[in-house]
Each structure stands twice: as C-alpha cells, then as structure tokens.
Design a protein around this ligand. Structure first.
Ligand SMILES: Cc1cc2nc3c(=O)[nH]c(=O)nc-3n(C[C@H](O)[C@H](O)[C@H](O)COP(=O)(O)OP(=O)(O)OC[C@H]3O[C@@H](n4cnc5c(N)ncnc54)[C@H](O)[C@@H]3O)c2cc1C
Ligand SMILES: *[C@@H]1O[C@H](CO)[C@@H](O)[C@H](O)[C@H]1NC(C)=O
Ligand SMILES: *[C@@H]1O[C@H](CO)[C@@H](O)[C@H](O)[C@H]1NC(C)=O
Length: 542
C-alpha cells in the first residue's frame, strides 16, 4: 500500500466512522478494509468504491443497466459497487467478498435480460463488481487476434479492429453496447454467424479469476474449464478478465439492405418462403427479420411490419444474383442495396443513423433503454401460414412488441453440439426472440406485459423445438426456473437442458470440480453435484 493510499485510507476511516457507524462493521467496511490491507495492490484503489450514500452511486448503478425493470424501487440494491482498476483488484474482490461474507454480482456490459449482473433476489447482502474500467483492446493484425478486457463493448472491439485493417472483423453481437465479458460467456451471435459461427467459437484464450482468487489462462485452467466458459453462461465459473479472440477476414466492401413489408404487402407469404430458404442461402448472406407493429394504411388501423435486414459479405451485383436464384420473392432491387465498409455495416445494423462517425462506438453507450421482458425459441420446421396469422393477431394486441428472427445454417450447422456448451446447431432453421417493451415503472405494467409474453410463448409451443424446448442462455429467462437455496442439479436441469442440452451434465461436473463451494452463484448459475454424487462426477471428469 503506497503512502498516498494510507492517507486516503485514514481519511476514509474518519468518513466511515461517521456515516457507517450504525452497524459495528458493515459489509462495505469489511470489504473495503480487506482490499485496503491487501498489500500487493500497488495501484490506488480508493476511487473504486461507491457506497449507497455516495452521490454517484445511482448513476453508476444505472450506467450500463439495460433493463429498467430491474432498477425499479422494489428491486434489491447492492451494498456497494466496486469498480476494479487492475486485475489484482478483481482477485482481491473474490477473496474479500468471502471475508466480508457477501455475494458478488459481476457486471461487464449490463445487458443481462434479467438484471443478474446488478441485482439479486437471492442474496443479501451483495456487492457489484463492475468491470467497466477494465476495457483495453489490443489488436494484433499479424497474429490475427485481439486481447479484449471484459469491460470493453463489442463496438469498441469492432472499432479498434477497423482502425488497424479494413479486411478483418469479429463475428459477435449486433448491438454495439454489449459487454464482451458477459456476451461471450453465452455464445455471442451476430451477422457473420452463418460464415464464421459465434463469438465463443472464435475464442482462443482467456484470463479468468477462479473461486480461490487465482488468475488462470487457457493453459493453467485446462481444457475442461476453457470449454465451460465459452458458452456455459456468465458468472458460474469465475470472473473473465479478458478474452483472446481470433479475427476473421471480411471483404473491404460489403452490402446491406433493409426491405420492409407489411401484411398488406404480402409479408406472410414472403416470411413463409423465408423460412424455407434462409438456412440454405450462401454463407456470405445473413438475412434477419425484425417484426413489429406499425400504423396501417387507414387512419387508426394497425398492421404488422416485417423488416428483412441483411449483411452480405460481398458486392451488390453478386448479392442480386444470389437473391434472384434463391429468394426472388423478396423482390430485392439494386436500389435497396448499399455498399460500405464492414465497420459501417456494424453501425448500420446496430441502428445508428447514417453518417454517424464510428468513433461514437468508443463511448460504449447503448442507443436505447426500456422496461422489457423477452424469451427465445429455436425453430426446426417452417411455421405454416395459419400459425403466422395467429401470431399476428397476438402481436396486434400488444402495445410495443418486437420479434427478431435470426437465420441459422452455414457454419452454425457444421460445428458439433458439444464443441462448446452452446448446443443449438444442426437442424435449427432460425431463432426467434420475442420482446415486449414499455416505458413506465408501474407495477401493473410489469404484470400486464409479462402475462402477454407468457401467453404468446404458450401459443408458439407447437411450432418450437421440443424435448427440450431450447432457449438461448444469453436471452436469460427466469420463467424457465431459478435456483433456490439448495436447488439440486436435477431441478436445475429443467432450464439447464433448454440452454445447453446434453452439455448441461458436463457443465455441472466442471462446476463441481472448479467451484465445489458454489461461490459463483446466481438465480441461474450452473449448480454443483450433491456431495454424495461427487465421487462419480470426479471419475467422469478425469
Ligand atoms: C439490447 C440487447 C441486444 C442484444 N443483442 C445480442 C446479439 O446481437 N447477439 C447476442 O448473442 N446476444 C445479444 N444480446 C444478449 C447478450 O449477449 C447478453 O445479454 C449478454 O450476457 C450481455 O453481456 P454483458 O456483459 O453486456 O452483460 P452483463 O449483464 O454485464 O452480464 C451478463 C451475465 O454474464 C455475467 N458476467 C458479466 N461479466 C462477466 C465476466 N467478466 N465474467 C464472468 N461473468 C460475467 C453477469 O454476471 C451476468 O450473469 C443482447 C442483449 C440486449 C439487451
Ligand atoms: C464517491 O465515490 C468516488 C469513488 O470512490 C469518490 O472518488 C468520491 O469522492 C465519492 N464522493 C463522495 C461525495 O463521497
Ligand atoms: C442456504 O443454505 C445454506 C446451507 O445449505 C445455509 O447455510 C444458508 O444459511 C442458506 N441461506 C439462506 C438465505 O437461506
């Protein structure tokens, strides 16, 4: 501990003895002093603590929290937010949370659908370890790779790559404010998935802090743990400090389009056709469909609008040929197509207005925030037109529904289900994400929209994958089940097999080996095997 830190610590002691005197030694104090007394921390740490009485506490808590539903007054708040400045601080956070008797929530980009990176219904007290100050990105074009710290957003990574090369990219999420730390733990898909697979398929190394506070890389953690962290879900195995990712080639010029079709313009028939062709298209072509309510032709009328939005890894003339041969029903024309650089396509698909300079990505800010509930489905047989019509009826009942249909096939079906924990591969035509969004904090609104979403999900059951009805872990859905204190792995397998299919069992064994005391836990963390089953579990691992 440096002498300036000592002065700050003394000052802090005076401060806390005033403001926190009520409890003899609060969790905040225990945690703070534990970190302060960890003499290996050479870098000043005293500016990294936000207690609830600090003027910046709320703004730091809200900073990256994407689902406003989990900031409502009734939702439990942390005792402290710790924003580590170095890797050592993250190690200390693990050790000191044990000493202080508190649970950790780990936050990178704050996009967890159920707020699990910044709130906890299960644990009291809890502290947030917010990695937003660990966000360096080192791109090495010669090595075709980049080391990215957990707190960086995918937009920052894309931007840094584009500054070094116009013909390299990385195949992760479409929304540029996603934190790379949490995002890759669940898979990380984006507009190049049909060509290159997921972000997690393109990770070559990682640095993590494990449950005993050690820093491990791929070599020291071993292939089991390295397998588990690439898709087994966030915050079950350790704290990711950084990912080393493999860059992929992109053409200097790519092409994008967005073609709108309302029901009156034949959207149903075109979408029916889309389902038959979309997973078989050229791998350079990714056409997703965004579906939402819109005003109809007549005043006061509502319709359903579909937006077919594409990235093509090539020029417009070749794209038009491919579309003419494989999907003429969409009626794509030259004037629908825009050629641009890959980084501009990232901005386009990320929803930025045209001509926004890509430097805006360095701010790592999300474009919008709202109250929302979401769910996901994987579709293996085209949904018949009658099924689509029932779906439109339900969408039109809701104020601000949104669906995003994401095509699979290509590289996604060439990677085996057990290569990494993310299992939704061969046989999937597309994934549906269902969303309902609203903008007021009335508890009745929460109930109303959650109920609509659950009815919609029931309606879709016959069209979705079955046994299990698969779901994307990065679209976390607590309706699928939550860990209670002492939840057994059998109960947890109800949601675990939906997210991971058979990989769930291997995840449980790896969890049991590397975090036997279940230090890293949350509402949907991978459970450990009960003590009596562990012998067998161990044997299966070795
Ligand atoms: C608007 C929006 C758009 C999205 N678009 C896409 C998309 O295009 N493609 C896609 O695949 N997904 C998408 N997602 C889902 C997204 O991948 C997940 O929400 C992902 O978990 C976000 O990571 P994060 O770091 O931003 O979130 P966080 O909320 O910080 O973390 C998510 C989970 O991971 C844990 N975690 C966070 N950091 C770490 C760490 N360093 N080490 C270990 N565990 C950690 C958290 O505790 C939490 O459980 C989107 C989500 C939103 C809200
Ligand atoms: C709030 O916390 C920050 C970070 O630790 C610190 O720099 C600042 O002085 C604190 N402000 C107040 C009013 O305590
Ligand atoms: C959870 O269970 C453990 C033992 O299984 C117990 O020590 C602990 O107090 C329980 N916590 C809560 C919040 O019930």
């Amino acid at each position: 501990m440096g002498s300036s830190d000592f002065v700050i610590l003394t000052l802090f002691l005076v401060l806390v003895s005033n403001s926190w005197a009520a409890t003899s030694q609060s969790v905040q104090e225990k945690f703070y002093f534990c970190i302060a007394l960890n003499s290996e921390l050479s870098i000043p740490f005293s500016t990294a603590f936000y207690a609830p009485d600090n003027a910046s506490f709320s703004s730091i808590l809200q900073s990256s929290a994407q689902n406003l539903r989990y900031l409502m007054p009734s939702v439990p708040k942390p005792q402290l937010i710790f924003t580590p400045l170095t890797e050592n601080h993250v190690q200390a956070a693990v050790q000191c949370s044990k000493e202080a008797g508190t649970q950790l929530r780990i936050r990178s980009g704050g996009h967890d659908y159920e707020g699990l990176s910044y709130m906890s219904e299960l644990e009291k007290p809890f502290i947030i370890v917010d990695l937003s100050k660990l966000r360096s990105v080192h791109v090495d074009i010669q090595d075709n790779s980049a080391w990215v710290q957990a707190g960086a957003t995918v937009g920052e990574l894309y931007y840094r790559i584009s500054q070094k090369s116009k013909t390299h990219g990385f195949p992760a999420g479409l929304c540029t404010s996603l934190g790379i730390g949490g995002h890759i733990t669940g898979g990380a898909y984006g507009s190049m998935m049909r060509k290159y697979g997921l972000g997690a398929d393109n990770v070559v190394d990682a640095r993590i802090v494990d449950a005993s506070g050690r820093i491990l890389d791929r070599e020291s953690m071993g292939e089991d743990l390295f397998w588990a962290i690439r898709g087994g879900g966030g915050a079950s195995f350790g704290i990711i400090l950084a990912w080393k990712v493999r860059l992929v080639p992109v053409p200097a010029i790519v092409t994008v389009f967005t073609v709108p079709k309302s029901l009156e313009q034949g959207a149903t028939k075109i979408l029916h056709r889309w389902q038959q062709v979309v997973d078989k298209l050229d791998e350079d072509l990714f056409i997703r469909v965004i579906i939402l309510n819109a005003d109809g032709a007549q005043k006061g009328e509502k319709t359903v609008q579909t937006l077919s939005q594409a990235l093509f890894l090539g020029r417009a003339d070749r794209l038009l040929q491919i579309m003419e041969g494989s999907f003429p029903e969409l009626g794509l024309t030259q004037k629908d197509c825009t050629e641009m650089s890959w980084i501009q396509s990232v901005m386009y698909i990320g929803g930025y207005p045209g001509n926004t300079p890509p430097e805006v990505l360095l701010q790592g800010k999300s474009l919008f925030k709202d109250y929302f509930k979401a769910k996901s489905d994987f579709i293996k047989e085209p949904i018949p037109e009658t099924g689509l019509e029932g779906l439109w009826k339900r969408l039109l009942e809701e104020e601000s529904p949104l669906m995003i249909w994401t095509p699979y096939g290509g590289m996604m079906s060439k990677i085996s289900e057990s290569e990494i924990p993310f299992p939704h591969r061969k046989g999937v035509i597309f994934k549906i994400q269902y969303l309902s969004r609203w903008d007021d904090d009335k508890p009745e609104s929460v109930t109303k929209h959650m109920e609509w979403m659950r009815r919609l999900y029931n309606y879709m059951a016959p069209y979705a994958s079955m046994f299990p009805r698969e779901a994307y872990v990065n679209y976390r859905d607590l309706d699928l089940g939550v860990n209670k204190n002492g939840t057994s792995f059998i109960e947890a397998s109800a949601w675990g097999t939906r997210y991971f299919k058979d990989n769930f069992n291997r995840l449980v064994r790896i969890k049991t080996k590397f975090d036997p005391d279940n230090f890293f836990r949350h509402e949907q963390s991978i459970p450990t095997l009960p003590l009596m089953n562990r012998k067998r579990g161990k044997r299966l691992i070795h």
